[in-house]
Design a protein around this ligand. Structure first.
Ligand SMILES: *Cc1c(COP(=O)(O)O)cnc(C)c1O
Ligand SMILES: [Zn+2]
Length: 391
């Protein structure tokens, strides 16, 4: 059964709808059960999943490491763990949701799959479509980065660059999907949310933190992670919930704006302006549900600027991980919240590093790193720098 998160209207689980008549997302009921030991993430948490992905489709999603960030923990005065989602098959956590959503599409005999994407989703859906032998249609934002476009291109499929309001594109895609019989695997699709849940189960397996930091755009990841923790609590696996922290980019933060002004409705963000394009949905379809969940779980909503995320990206790199700016917002938020004492000293914090920096390359000043010389001068160059060191 699919149920509207807002008005509660129910739809049969065979329905391919993502949203209710009232426009809010549909979600599956809460699962409860036992975690098995051993095997892949899809096996261990099978009891909590709506379908079992086939080996033919899976390319080993999830089971990502929680990396202790020793330097940053010391700097911020917390126990910080980076949940490294960059090691997923297409380098972002999206693969966890794409797998289940495409499995669903296969199970019901879908012939045509689409998605709406600022990049990472398009790459992920294209990869799994290709594996399943389907041709995807990917509606992307007109200013998508070349890295992401090239990554979609390797998988083939049809890319349509769309200018105009990215928030509206979601609703447009659902209409087109209905009329043209295209299964849209978008950010909010119910099966996708179920796939994202596995992140929380893996986090819990390692160690239940006090805070979980979630970069948020349309709200799919946030809702998935929360649903995972709620289901574990319901099943007696947890006896407390971590505090969820929703992080948005300052230049496009409709959820945090509503949160700060105690509003229940999301207002469209005009003229988004941020380098974190992966989390820049100006009219997030799951935004109101994120607000309700923040309320239910005493969550925190905070924004970070371009400069703060770029600086956080460097800090994350100092721990060995190359995160994209949209994923670095989490660590930037931890730093800010520690300064404001909203996170207490010594707290255990997991920040989800949602996607790889390779997907979003931009020039960095490298003068201080770079020397160049002819091979015949290389020896001299080293002699010289040795001398400099001695002097
Ligand atoms: C998709 C994405 C998110 C979060 O997206 P939601 O739309 O809120 O599910 C966060 N970071 C990155 C890098 C993403 O690609
Ligand atoms: Zn509804």
């Amino acid at each position: 059964m699919l149920r509207c998160v807002s008005c509660g209207k129910e739809y049969p689980s065979e329905s391919v709808r993502h949203i209710c008549e009232c426009k809010e997302p549909l979600e599956m009921g809460l699962f409860s059960g036992k975690v098995r030991s051993g095997g892949s993430v899809w096996r261990r948490f099978r009891g909590f999943l709506p379908c079992q992905p086939s080996k033919k489709l899976s390319i080993f999603e999830g089971d990502t490491p929680g990396v202790k960030a020793k330097k940053l923990s010391k700097e911020f005065g917390v126990e910080l763990v980076l949940k490294n989602e960059t090691v997923n098959p297409t380098w972002s956590f999206k693969d966890r949701g794409t797998l289940l959503s495409l499995q669903r599409a296969m199970d019901i005999g879908v012939k045509k799959v689409g998605t709406v994407s600022t990049g990472n989703m398009g790459v992920s859906v294209s990869a799994y479509c290709k594996r399943a032998g389907l041709d995807p249609v990917v509606l992307v934002d007109h200013d998508i980065s070349n890295e992401k476009l090239n990554q979609i291109a390797i998988y083939g499929g049809t890319v349509i660059k769309v200018s105009g309001d990215y928030g509206d594109l979601y609703y447009e895609s659902l209409k087109i999907g209905k009329n043209k019989n295209i299964y849209f695997s978008n950010s909010n699709s119910p099966y996708r949310i179920e796939g994202y849940k596995t992140i929380s189960f893996e986090i819990e397996e390692r160690s239940l933190p006090d805070y979980v930091v979630i970069p948020t755009s349309s709200g799919g990841l946030f809702r998935g992670v929360l649903k995972g923790f709620v289901e574990m609590e319901k099943s007696g696996i947890l006896d407390r919930m971590p505090v969820p922290i929703c992080v948005q980019a300052e230049g496009c933060s409709p959820i945090c704006r509503a949160f700060d002004s105690h509003e229940k409705k999301i207002k469209r963000w005009h003229d988004p302006d941020t380098i974190a394009s992966a989390i820049a949905n100006p009219y997030p379809p799951g935004g109101e549900e994120v607000l309700r969940k923040l309320d239910d779980h005493n969550g925190i909503c905070t924004t970070v600027s371009n400069d703060e995320m770029i600086s956080a990206q460097l800090k994350i790199a100092s721990e060995g991980i190359f995160s994209q700016p949209a994923s670095a917002v989490g660590v930037a938020a931890v730093e800010k919240l520690r300064e404001k004492e909203e996170i207490e000293e010594g707290a255990e914090v997991v920040s989800i590093i949602t996607g790889s920096g390779l997907k979003h390359l931009f020039p960095r000043p490298t003068e201080h790193l770079e020397f160049s010389c002819d091979i015949s001068d290389l020896k001299d160059l080293f002699e010289k720098s040795r001398k400099d060191e001695i002097e």
